[in-house]
Design a protein around this ligand. Structure first.
Ligand SMILES: Nc1ncnc2c1ncn2[C@@H]1O[C@H](COP(=O)(O)OP(=O)(O)OP(=O)(O)O)[C@@H](O)[C@H]1O
Ligand SMILES: [Mg+2]
Length: 279
């Protein structure tokens, strides 16, 4: 089942000369994990903002084509109405956190939607548990670590129980430990909670291991789309766009070149398995 359907979408910001995204056609299936790659300025964030209707409803400009989220045209529904369906997590968690405690932060969106107190309580506990923030309920969000703040931003979105979560470079400002925490959480949301994920992320090793499909954007267009291993075969193209090849692909190719492995095993896990079998 298709949950997001983008048809002939182009968008130009008001003050801009060029279109930030051009002629995008894309379908996202329920439960899918879609990775988005592309150089800086290629239109990744703009695409994310069209998925929950912020573009064109809050950020205006020249908008052509249509985005359907579960059959609803984003032109016709407010971003607030879409928030229980599509949650958006931004690069900088600080811009998304503004309450006095972790718990209030998670409750905020639910209170605005008018949920009953019991239901809010249940959802807060559920979101705290999944994101591993139990015990931090009464903390002041600015005092959390980077990884905790980003997990809190995800928890606030998660509490709305959206079917789809869009994350725009959620690990960009985190240290390695925070990155690891956030990426494992995203994997869990997709693989265990069945949430559809659209993720902009530069860690291609992670994409290779966990994304079902990736798209590559260049100057506003989708120039490649396919299974991560197919897309990552185009080493030259990716290099020219400044997209790092997964380390495991480079290592696999080198092991094959040296005759250590018969085929260029691709994910880290596959390389480990292949090497184990040699012993
Ligand atoms: N608010 C805005 N007003 C005018 N132009 C904008 C605005 N936001 C982005 N742009 C332009 O739209 C194009 C696409 O930007 P976008 O932020 O979507 O790219 P991106 O792939 O997310 O880049 P990055 O990797 O740096 O986050 C760029 O040329 C950018 O300068
Ligand atoms: Mg961006």
């Amino acid at each position: 089942m298709t949950v997001i359907n983008i048809e002939d979408l182009s968008f130009r910001y008001r003050q801009a000369k060029e279109y930030a995204i051009k002629d995008i056609n894309l379908k996202v299936r329920r439960g899918e994990f879609l990775g988005v790659l592309g150089a800086s300025g290629s239109g990744k964030s703009t695409l994310c903002l069209t998925l929950n209707g912020i573009i064109p409803n809050s950020i205006r400009g020249e908008f052509k084509g249509n985005v359907y989220v579960k059959g609803q045209n984003t032109r016709d529904v407010s971003p607030a109405k879409l928030s229980p369906i599509v949650g958006l997590v931004l690069q900088n968690p600080d811009s998304q956190l503004f309450n006095m405690t972790v718990e209030e932060e998670i409750a905020f969106g639910l209170e605005n939607l008018g949920f009953e107190v019991d239901e809010i309580r249940k959802r807060i506990n559920w979101a705290l548990k999944i994101t591993g923030l139990q015990g931090l309920e009464n903390e002041f969000p600015p005092n959390l670590s980077g990884g905790q703040k980003q997990r809190l931003a995800i928890a606030s979105v998660l509490a709305m129980k959206p079917e789809i979560i869009v994350l725009d470079e959620p690990t960009a400002q985190l240290d390695p430990r925070g990155r690891e925490q956030v990426l494992s959480l995203i994997t869990l949301l997709n693989k265990e909670q069945g949430i559809t994920i659209v993720l902009v992320e530069h860690n291609t090793d992670y994409m290779l291991s966990f994304a079902d499909r990736v798209i590559v954007m260049d100057r506003g267009e989708i120039i490649r789309e396919g299974k991560p291993r197919e897309v990552f075969e185009e080493a030259e193209l990716l290099r020219s766009l400044g997209i790092r090849l997964p380390a495991s692909i480079k290592i696999g190719a080198e092991l094959k070149r040296r005759g250590i492995l018969k085929k260029a095993a691709l994910t880290e896990k596959e390389i480990i398995e292949a090497l184990k079998n040699r012993i």
